[in-house]
Structures are given as structure tokens and as C-alpha cells.
Design a binder for this molecule. Structure first.
Ligand code: ZN
Length: 443
């Protein structure tokens, strides 16, 4: 993990406490959020009505423009940032990010709120219009309502409530909307970090309002190692299979080892991170796909399969580390190879994300948990995510370890049919974000 003691050093606890204990200022900020309830809901609904489906990355320009216009109307200095240099940034599907900065000393590092505005495809099973932005029974419905356009609206209005309250802050506040989180975030947060829009110099702390719920702060996530195993044999006539070498048989040796040896070993390894749901507190492996021999739907010809590929999704723990994880897979492939030497085995890495965790004493964790207690009267819980999100890019590329996720919506609603987010939750999260950001911007 990257260690960043500078934030803690620059944080005089007394000053933080005095601002935080100032009930008048806090009440003013909270009152502004309540007053803006309709505006917050309206912005979230308007965002949902833009079908920013990824893949392929539809309507990004429209959505970035809407967020940019809103931030500009709130007095922010706004930049629309096309992800120049990324192959997926094309004329048909431009990848446009947006960053707005306001208040504080212009040069200082900012407190940054980031949300992705891409959404996953609709899927089957809807009884509501997925892009209608319909509001009923105190809920906003639609694809992306929970993951995570409600979070973006909360971020925009947390900053705005602070501005409207007139309560001062020394550090600037930034709000960004970014693309492609659902497909890895390379043209989104990773691009912002590579191009130094997010960096140690420019960014003090980042909160990503992903839908972990009103009283849960997500401190990080497990790592991802996607790899492909390829087996190559020798083609022959299917009536004389002993004259060929069957690549699918070779793959079956590896699958046996995954099931009988690796699977049980992983089920014994538990992380100290508070991953939810509980089952994902352990190391896991999934077989994502397999493809071998001739295509089954085509007219069959009698051949021995000379090629087989399978893709695996290994989620690894901070305690395991990437080197151990990769080494273990390589050793397992070697073992399969020794069981069937006539087949040629190889491994190709497909996608790697390191596990990430905010430092335990990060001031933003304290700021959020205190604000949650203040707004909801409940004790906050710290959780970690079973899957990854953009925190990895903030920590690894921007070099800003002070990053967590906190935002409205139930995690289980993400990517579901009839996805929704409770309006009360959006407003409560906006309050929590506003109080936490105000405190962090005065440290
Ligand atoms: Zn999300």
C-alpha cells in the first residue's frame, strides 16, 4: 500500500473539532440540502434519462455536458475533458469526462467527489421505463439510478449546499463525472489520473459516491487477476483419436486441479478487510468462459480438438498479493502440463487490478463516519467491496491513498431490473457528503 502521512500531518485535530462542533454552520449546510431536495431529485432523474449505456458508451457527450452545465451554474470552473489517446475514444463514441472546481484557495489540493455516469445495459425483466427517470413511492427508478447517477446528483449538491450556506472552506472542492467505470475506467478515472487531473499535488482526498448505502463507508476492494489458459493439441480424424492430441482433454486436467486443489485452498484464505457480502471475504476463482474444438452449432466434422481456451476470474486478497496469486496459477498450469505432456499449455494475462484499501487513520473515514452519525443518528459501518471500482486508479495511478466510496442506494440494486434509489437516501447522503467535505476542506 502507498503510505501518505502528509495528510495526517497537515490535519490539526483541534481546528477540525471546532468547525465540526459549530452547530450553527452545520445547521445552515443541512438546511440548504433540505431546501434543494427537489433540485437534487430532478438532477438525478435528468441524468437517468440519458441512456449512457456501456458498452458501447452511448451519449457520454450529452451527459458530461449536463453535469458541466449544472456545475457551471453553481459557479464552478468547469473542464470538459475528452480522453485523447485512448483507442476507445472514437468519433462514434467519444469518451468525455467533466471536472468542476470551486472555492477555497485556487492553488490548494482539492477535496474531490467523483462519480461514473456510464451504466450497464438494461437487460430483461423491467416493469418501468429504464430511461424514464420515473419517480414513484419515494423512489427514483431507472438504469443507473442507484449505480450511480443518484450519487453524482448528491455530490453536485453537497458542494452546492456548502456554497449556498456561505460557510467558508480553505481547500477547493472538485466534482467530476467520468466514463467507462463499468468496463475498467481506463478512459475515465484512470485517464484523469494519468493526465494529472487527479494527483497528489492537486487532490487531497477523493470520495466516490458508489451505492454502499446511507450508513456504510467502503474502504477498498479485493484484487482482480483475469487470465486465460490455452491448450494446444494436434488435429486428427475423429474415428482415430489416438492419432491426435485432444486439447480439451488437456484443459480438463487444469479444471480438475482448479476444482480439487485450488478451490479448497482459496476457501481457507480470509482477508482482514470487511468485505461484504461475507462470502467474498475469502479468495475466490470463477471460470468465466470456455471454448474448444470445432464450434458446436456448425455442421460437425470428425476432428480431434486441437485448441481450447478458458478465461478465469481470480479475486485475490490484499494479504495474498499479486505475485503469489500469479505464481500459484503458473504452478498449477505446470502441474496440468506434467499430467498431459503431449498438450502445450500456456497462460495469458487478461486484466490485473491490485487490491486497494484506504489507510485506517485516513481523515476522510472519520469525517464520513462522524457525519453519518450526525445526519442519521446511526453508527456507520466500514465495509469493503467484493468487486473493484475506480478507487484503484485513484490509489495506484494518481497516488492518492485517501479515497473511499460512500453514496446513496443499495448495492444489491446495482445492475438489476427495475433498479431504483430512495429519494430520502439521496438527500441523507447529500447531507453526509456536505458535512464530511466541509470538514475535510477545512483541515
Ligand atoms: Zn458503479
Amino acid at each position: 500500500m502507498i503510505s501518505e502521512p502528509a495528510f495526517a500531518r497537515r490535519a490539526p485535530a483541534r481546528q477540525a473539532a471546532s468547525l465540526y462542533d459549530d452547530g450553527v454552520q452545520i445547521d445552515r449546510v443541512l438546511a440548504e440540502v433540505d431546501r434543494a431536495r427537489e433540485e437534487i431529485t430532478d438532477l438525478a432523474a435528468r441524468l437517468v434519462r440519458i441512456p449512457t449505456i456501456n458498452p458501447p458508451g452511448d451519449e457520454y457527450e450529452t451527459c458530461a455536458a449536463l453535469i458541466g452545465d449544472q456545475l457551471r451554474a453553481h459557479g464552478a470552473d468547469v473542464q470538459l475533458l475528452p480522453a485523447v489517446g485512448r483507442l476507445e475514444h472514437t468519433p462514434e463514441h467519444p469518451r468525455i469526462n467533466v471536472v468542476g472546481r470551486q472555492g477555497g484557495s485556487a492553488q490548494g489540493p482539492a477535496i474531490h467527489l467523483n462519480g461514473h455516469f456510464d451504466v450497464v445495459p438494461v437487460g430483461l425483466g423491467w416493469t418501468r421505463d429504464p430511461f424514464g427517470g420515473e419517480i414513484a413511492d419515494g423512489k427514483l427508478y431507472g438504469r443507473g439510478s442507484c449505480d450511480m447517477k443518484a450519487g453524482i446528483a448528491a455530490a453536485v449538491f453537497a458542494a452546492e449546499a456548502i456554497r449556498r450556506s456561505g460557510v467558508g472552506h480553505t481547500l477547493p472542492i472538485e466534482v467530476s463525472g467520468t466514463v467507462d467505470e463499468e468496463s475498467g475506467g481506463f478512459a475515465g478515472v484512470a485517464w484523469l489520473a494519468e493526465n494529472r487531473w487527479l494527483s497528489r499535488e492537486r487532490t487531497r482526498a477523493v470520495i466516490i459516491p458508489e451505492p454502499f448505502g446511507v450508513d456504510r463507508v467502503c474502504i477498498g476492494h479485493r484484487g482482480v487477476y483475469w487470465f486465460e489458459v490455452i491448450t494446444e493439441g494436434r488435429i486428427a480424424h475423429g474415428s482415430m483419436p489416438y492419432l491426435g492430441v485432444n486439447a480439451i482433454e488437456g484443459m480438463s486436467h487444469f479444471l480438475d486441479l482448479v476444482r480439487d486443489e485450488l478451490g479448497p485452498a482459496l476457501a481457507q484464505r480470509m482477508t482482514a478487510m470487511p468485505v461484504v457480502p461475507e462470502g467474498s471475504r475469502y479468495a475466490t476463482i470463477n471460470i468465466n468462459g470456455i471454448d474448444g474444438g470445432q464450434p458446436v452449432d456448425e455442421i460437425p466434422s470428425p476432428c480431434v480438438a486441437d485448441r481450447c481456451r478458458a478465461v478465469f476470474d481470480r479475486r485475490f486478497l490484499l494479504e495474498e498479493g499479486l505475485d503469489q496469486t500469479r505464481g500459484e496459477i503458473a504452478a498449477l498450469v505446470q502441474k496440468a502440463q506434467s499430467r498431459m505432456p503431449s498438450v502445450k499449455f500456456s497462460i495469458e494475462d487478461r486484466l490485473i487490478f491490485e487490491p486497494t484499501r484506504a489507510p485506517e487513520d485516513a481523515p476522510l473515514i472519520g469525517a464520513l463516519t462522524d457525519a453519518i452519525a450526525q445526519v442519521t443518528g446511526r453508527k456507520a459501518s466500514l465495509v469493503a467491496s467484493p468487486g473493484t471500482y475506480d478507487q484503484k486508479h485513484v490509489a495506484r495511478i494518481a497516488g492518492v491513498p485517501h479515497c473511499v466510496a460512500y453514496g446513496p442506494g443499495e448495492l444489491a440494486m446495482a445492475h438489476q431490473p427495475d433498479e431504483y434509489c430512495s429519494i430520502d437516501d439521496i438527500v441523507s447522503c447529500t447531507k453526509v457528503l456536505a458535512l464530511a467535505v466541509l470538514r475535510l476542506a477545512n483541515l
